[in-house]
Design a protein around this ligand. Structure first.
Ligand SMILES: *Cc1c(COP(=O)(O)O)cnc(C)c1O
Length: 449
């Protein structure tokens, strides 16, 4: 139990926190963290918290991982950063080779951006520019899924659909075509994930049939819409989508920023549908959660559409100051090295089972609509009334009560609305999963009482 909460006064600090109504902190303590090690974060009063949300889904191998630290320290003393236009360096090159090696076959080119949202902008611009370079300037629209999330910059926000983040800025954004999500939360009782996802695909198919001449790409989060309340769907949707995109000459952008690097149980979510997208965006876990970086993987076909003499003006003139940062690349190389050497994806199977077993009882809870899981992501959706699928009013902030309870029990569980979830670093133990499940159950009992 915490001995003393470290309070922080929003009235005296100049720091403006992300995704936060700062006024909340007049009564809600801000937890100031002093250090992190493995699965634990420690505050100034000596309280420890299990980081069950991987610090916003980025950390996959624990805080202060000794092997990532060592690799980064070595890099720090060698080269901290250099311009990546006209110049190159070994970490950026080695990482590009490694990523091509471990991602689905056909992804053979790597363009770096310096965070997830920027990587999405790269994919959108490159897709449109490809069609332009191929004499098809009308292919300028994007198809997105309802309830999707692709980041906060204007282009990324435009192809997303989480109204809480998007609605306010609508007048600033390009228009997109929205297909209904395959999110299996809405399947009929008795209907399988497979059948529901397949049924939802029909609507995507008809939008493609109707609009393909003006559509540049379809963008999706493979298997889990993370920011959209950890909603999940079946890989059949991706298989069908790949096939349809080929048929209609539309690119497929797989935003694996959150789900890449083992979250869904396989190294990449696209593997479960045995597809190769035209773009795969990787960030978050890419650097083990150490530094912001995004890698946008694409095909030779894409690369060749830009490859020409200088005066043809076909080049992709996009850059970010920290493109291919050597420290971030070193962290990423160390991360992938550990994933491979320690067989992390296989090792995770027992953790996946443990998460399932330890939370199974919650399916019978009167205020839990369902417990759903895809690999290392497990979500518990609280509901006011199960039979009619009536959600709690968002103003009641039930999830926040779970969050507050969890803090008193040594866990950082940060629900998305009424959805309590675990998405821990892979260095978690079965005992720690058990503890999280207990804390989640207590929190849900309190929040729904
Ligand atoms: C987090 C996230 C992004 C945006 O990445 P940032 O680094 O936060 O800009 C994009 N897509 C998905 C699926 C994400 O989860």
């Amino acid at each position: 139990m915490p001995t003393k909460t470290t309070l922080f006064d929003p009235k005296t600090s100049p720091l403006w926190h992300p995704c936060t109504q700062m006024k909340d902190h007049e009564w809600l303590p801000l937890v100031k963290i002093k250090s992190g090690r493995g699965i634990y974060l420690e505050d100034y009063a000596g309280n420890r918290y299990i980081d069950a949300v991987s610090s916003w889904w980025v950390n996959i191998l624990g805080h202060a991982n000794p092997r990532i630290n060592a690799r980064m320290k070595e890099q720090l003393d060698t080269l901290e950063h250099v311009i990546l236009a006209g110049f190159s360096h070994e970490p950026a090159e080695a990482l590009a080779r490694k990523l091509v090696d471990i991602t689905p076959k056909g992804l053979s080119r790597v363009f770096y951006a310096d965070n997830g949202s920027s990587g999405i902008e790269v994919a959108l611009k490159m897709s449109y520019h490809y069609w332009l370079n191929n004499g098809l300037p009308n292919k300028s629209k994007f198809i997105t899924l309802s309830n999707s999330y692709h980041g906060e910059t204007l282009g990324a926000l435009a192809v997303g659909d989480v109204s809480l983040y998007k609605e306010t800025y609508k007048p600033l954004m390009m228009e997109v075509i929205t297909a209904p999500s395959p999110d299996c939360f809405y399947r009929e009782s008795g209907e399988s994930w497979h059948d529901y996802s397949l049924r939802q695909f029909e609507k995507m198919e008809s939008l493609l049939a109707q609009h393909h001449t003006e559509v540049s790409a379809v963008i999706v989060e493979p298997l889990i819409q993370c920011a959209g309340h950890m909603r999940m769907y079946h890989p059949i949707y991706l298989t069908k989508l790949r096939e349809a995109c080929d048929r209609y000459q539309v690119h497929l952008i797989a935003d694996e920023i959150a789900v890449g690097f083992g979250r869904t149980g396989t190294l990449f979510a696209c593997e479960q549908a045995t597809i190769t997208p035209d773009f795969m965006c990787l960030s978050k876990g890419l650097t083990g959660g150490y530094l912001p970086m995004c890698a946008v993987l694409t095909t030779d076909d894409m690369y060749n559409a830009f490859y020409d003499s200088y005066d043809s003006l076909r080049a992709f003139l996009h850059s970010h100051s920290y493109t291919g940062n050597p420290l971030a690349a070193a962290a990423a190389l160390a991360t992938i090295d550990i994933l491979e050497k320690d067989n992390i994806i296989e090792q995770n199977q027992s953790l996946i089972e443990c998460m399932k077993t330890e939370t199974a009882h919650l399916s019978d809870h009167p205020h839990v609509y369902e417990v759903r899981q895809t690999g290392m992501v497990l979500a518990i959706e609280m509901i006011q009334e199960k039979a009619s699928r009536t959600p709690y009013d968002w103003k009641e902030r039930r999830g926040l009560r779970v969050y507050q309870h969890a803090l008193t029990r040594g866990a950082l569980l940060r629900p998305l609305g009424n959805v309590v979830y675990m998405m821990p670093p892979y260095v978690i133990t079965q005992d720690e999963i058990k503890h999280l499940a207990t804390v989640a159950t207590e929190g849900i009992d309190i929040a729904t009482a």
